[in-house]
Design a protein around this ligand. Structure first.
Ligand SMILES: *Cc1c(COP(=O)(O)O)cnc(C)c1O
Length: 364
């Protein structure tokens, strides 16, 4: 095992063991395995946390994007704008509903979708934009929202990496018509299995999403449409309710770790860090640097037992899944360039100052 892991989920569990164990025991005692009170409670608590009217729990973050797209009636023949750098779920969900993802290059400083390039990709078939708040850093929401108004497009925020992040002092997930969240274990708010949620201020849309996620049932055996099975289970909901109470403290710890990394890195001219927009709050799901000598650095990390990762080694348009679109690096020059240089270094709330200094010393 690494001397410094990439994330330390076990350390986090130990810090809240009593609360978690009690919550799990409660669910088992009540046999609320799927849906039920624990899920309703978490939906309410997460809605309050975001300051939004409706949260609909579902099975995972990929489903949450897909269900929103379906509920908005987006499908065959439609185009949806997505960033060139994200986890594949963002574009996969678009294809899953029968629509086509249209990739837009990212900004070289913030690594989020380059809002200035969006307009040139809008056609008469464009229905929505899915900005991704990448690594915990909000996308440029003011420009994206004004473009969406001008062209009458839906904005669906992919908040899988950005629970609690803010743009212009406003919580991400509250800008667009709806937003999607993942509670995959390693996310900033992570369950002990798969889980996801949809957040929206639109009551009708929320109801439509709930219908789709639960076999189109309004009430039991009353199927008004064909939906699917995308339910959150009670154990995950109860665990998430416990962890939500600690999220703010953990976010502050991540931000503190990031500030220390930045202080160390500011003295090194060959390393670039992900830039933030003014008045925005990055929640550091990941701490990503841009370096020219990645192979050398990762070799040093390996020798010292320090875990590292690359998010992501290939930009979406260049994945095998999109080979048929025949893109070349000149189509997405920034994404093509930075995927060869980005490096994710350990980032989690329990990371100590000593560990950060040890990691920082190897970045040169
Ligand atoms: C994790 C992630 C998802 C998908 O979440 P799952 O719960 O794993 O399905 C979607 N988008 C982004 C940007 C992610 O990081």
């Amino acid at each position: 095992m690494s001397q410094i892991p990439f994330v330390d989920l076990h350390a986090q569990y130990l810090s809240i063991k009593n609360e978690i164990d009690a919550a799990i025991e409660n669910v088992i005692k009540s046999s609320n395995y799927i849906g039920g009170e624990p899920v309703k409670l978490f939906e309410k608590e997460f809605a309050d946390y975001l300051g939004i009217q409706n949260v609909e729990a579902c099975a995972n973050g990929t489903d949450s994007i897909e269900i929103i797209l379906k509920a908005l009636g987006i499908g065959s023949g439609d185009e949806v704008i997505v960033p060139a750098i994200s986890w594949i779920s963002t574009s996969e969900a678009v294809s899953s509903v029968g629509a086509s993802p249209v990739f837009v290059d990212v900004d070289e400083n913030t690594f989020t979708i380059n809002a200035n390039l969006i307009e040139s990709k809008i056609t008469s078939r464009t229905k929505a934009i899915i900005p991704v708040h990448l690594y915990g850093q909000p996308a440029e929401m003011d420009k994206i929202m004004s473009l969406s108004k001008k062209h009458k497009l839906f904005v669906i925020e992919d908040c899988a990496q950005a629970h609690g992040a803010k743009f212009n002092n406003q919580m991400v997930g509250t800008f667009g018509i709806a937003s999607s969240f993942s509670f995959y274990p390693g996310k900033n708010l992570g369950a002990y299995g798969d889980a996801g949620a949809i957040a929206t201020n639109d009551k009708n849309l929320a109801e439509k999403c709930r219908l789709i996620a639960n076999h189109g049932q309004l009430t039991k055996h009353h199927h008004v449409i064909e939906g699917r099975n995308s339910r959150m289970d009670g154990l995950q909901a109860a665990i998430l309710s416990v962890k939500l109470k600690h999220l703010h403290k953990w976010t502050v710890a991540r931000q503190r770790a990031a500030a220390l990394y930045k202080k160390i890195i500011s003295a090194k001219s060959n390393i670039l860090i992900q830039q933030s927009f003014p008045n925005s709050e990055h929640v550091y799901h990941l701490f990503v640097v841009r370096v020219k000598n990645r192979t050398e650095i990762t070799k040093r990390f390996d020798e010292q037992g320090i875990a590292w990762a690359i998010h992501y080694p290939k930009a979406l348009p260049f994945l095998g899944a999109y080979q048929h679109l025949n893109f070349s690096s000149s189509d997405f020059p920034v994404a093509a360039q930075i995927t060869g240089e980005i490096l994710s270094i350990p980032m989690y709330p329990e990371l100590s100052e000593v560990q950060i200094e040890k990691i920082g010393a190897l970045l040169f």
